[in-house]
Write a protein that binds this ligand. Structure first.
Ligand SMILES: NC(=O)c1ccc[n+]([C@@H]2O[C@H](COP(=O)([O-])OP(=O)(O)OC[C@H]3O[C@@H](n4cnc5c(N)ncnc54)[C@H](OP(=O)(O)O)[C@@H]3O)[C@@H](O)[C@H]2O)c1
Length: 429
């Protein structure tokens, strides 16, 4: 392969695909690849449908909902699969860091292209994997790693190539948005809705990656690489919860139903938002619950739906909304990457130069901004009365506070004996 484009088989034969993982996403991808109607539709659009030749899983003999033709090899030896000269593309859908990282590295060393949906892998090892793919002259595509079925990475890199990107933000975790939406609509507690989400398969048994913002931070790291030209250190992205002292668990676990009700009375919604914007030569980046105008694109995105807003010049603000997870939706992005490879497209970073540095990240919380505050304790004369000199609007024990830095606001609240949950107000785009 030369000049960042994939090597398409010269004979016109299809790309030979090995699929690692037959779970929620892997199965949905396999179903399409072996489906005669899907293949005919792809062919009718002038593309060469890739051929599924092998599948790697933990237990090849296990009975599964999907029956694969005997000609498709099933194996538990994933190391052998990524080295197999009869494979052109490895599709990594096992998730997690290991053995996924080693398998992807070995696939590169064996000259194979890789498609993955693994945001954790990319956010943790992005620079190493990018360098390795470039050095091996192979392609790495990962559209499915951010916002599932919504095409957002390719448009960011390709269709907005004539712009200067100054910000990317949005709801990139469907689980937390499902929980917040149900809490706001029905006045239910976090714990109650979480157990419903787990029952419906929207949340893991251990939900911390979603509800504490780790998953959204991984996606924000990937968006930042493509928007701002370098990989950030994912641990440096600010994850926060809604507390005054700064010691509450990051994410949505501390949010109270009453806070969502007061927000609604003020025309606001509380959402877990990933937000990265240029700040001089650095990037201000965070994943935290924020108050946002309820009728805005972010404020009105409910349930498991995702939304991503890209601010760029000269275009302005471009908004992408759609299904951010689920086998079918996510397989759409994986299949698109496979078809892009089949037509000779390069890696998801396109023509962007290889980063020579790590992105410098700054914490957005000390930058003056307006706040949505909800008193933690009932106050005799009312919280709005005690902060009336700072208030822009109020409802019950909740107040919208005029712009100021978090340090200053904490200081002023302490002086007045107020304990509160605090949500930054997301500026309108
Ligand atoms: N689910 C979504 O909606 C979604 C959306 C966007 C991105 N993603 C990403 O897509 C990837 C796959 O997610 P998923 O939801 O499809 O996961 P999943 O349902 O848990 O499936 C994982 C699959 O990988 C196999 N596997 C795991 N570890 C393995 C190992 N060490 N050796 C061999 N096989 C192994 C499992 O094998 P067994 O079947 O034998 O257990 C299973 O088939 C993850 O990176 C995830 O973050 C998922």
């Amino acid at each position: 392969m030369v000049d960042g484009r994939a090597q398409v088989p010269e004979t016109g034969r299809p790309l030979r695909v090995a699929l690692l993982g037959l779970g929620t996403v892997g199965r949905a991808v396999a179903e399409r690849l072996i489906d005669a109607e899907w293949r005919a539709a792809v062919t009718a659009r002038g593309a060469n449908p890739p051929e599924l030749v092998a599948v790697g899983v933990r237990e090849p003999g296990r009975k599964r909902a999907l029956t694969l033709h005997a000609s498709i090899r099933q194996t538990a030896d994933l190391d052998e699969l990524v080295a197999d000269p009869g494979i052109d593309v490895v599709v990594e859908l096992i998730g997690g860091l290991e053995p996924a990282a080693q398998l992807v590295q070995r696939a590169f060393e064996a000259g194979k292209h890789v498609v993955t949906a693994n945001k954790k892998l990319l956010a943790s090892f992005g620079p190493t994997l990018e360098t390795a793919a470039r050095a091996a002259g192979v392609v790495l595509r990962f559209e499915a790693a951010v916002a599932g079925g919504i095409p957002v990475l390719a448009p960011l890199v390709l269709d907005l190539a004539g712009n200067r990107i100054s910000g990317v933000r949005g709801i990139v975790n469907g689980t937390t948005n499902f929980i917040l939406t149900a809490m706001a609509r029905d006045g239910r507690t976090y714990a109650d809705v979480l157990s419903e989400a787990q029952g419906r398969g929207y949340a893991e048994a251990d939900p911390s990656a979603d509800v504490e913002g780790f998953d959204a931070a991984d996606k924000l790291a990937i968006l930042s690489r493509l928007a701002f030209g370098a990989w950030p250190e994912v641990g440096q992205l600010r994850r926060a919860g809604p507390d005054t002292e700064g010691d509450a668990t990051a994410g949505i676990t501390a949010i109270q139903p009453l806070e969502l009700r007061y927000a609604a009375e003020l025309g606001l919604a509380i959402k877990l938002v990933g937000d990265a914007s240029l700040w001089g030569d650095a990037v201000m980046a965070s994943v935290m619950p924020v108050a946002v105008r309820a009728s805005s694109p972010i404020g009105s995105t409910d349930g498991v739906t995702n939304v991503v807003e890209i601010t760029a010049a000269p275009v302005g603000v471009v908004t992408f909304q759609g299904p951010g997870a689920g086998g079918g939706a996510t397989s759409s992005a994986v299949l698109a990457d496979l078809l892009a490879l089949a037509r000779g497209a390069g890696s998801t970073w396109g023509q962007l130069p290889e980063p020579t540095r790590t992105l410098r990240i700054i914490d957005p919380l000390e930058v003056p901004r307006a706040w949505f505050l909800v008193a933690a304790d009932a106050i005799g004369d009312g919280v709005a009365y005690r902060v009336q000199d700072l208030a822009l609007a109020s409802a019950g024990d909740a107040v919208v506070i005029q712009p100021m830095g978090l340090g200053e606001l904490r200081h002023r609240l302490e002086d007045r004996g107020i304990r509160a949950n605090l949500y930054p107000l997301l500026p309108e785009s």
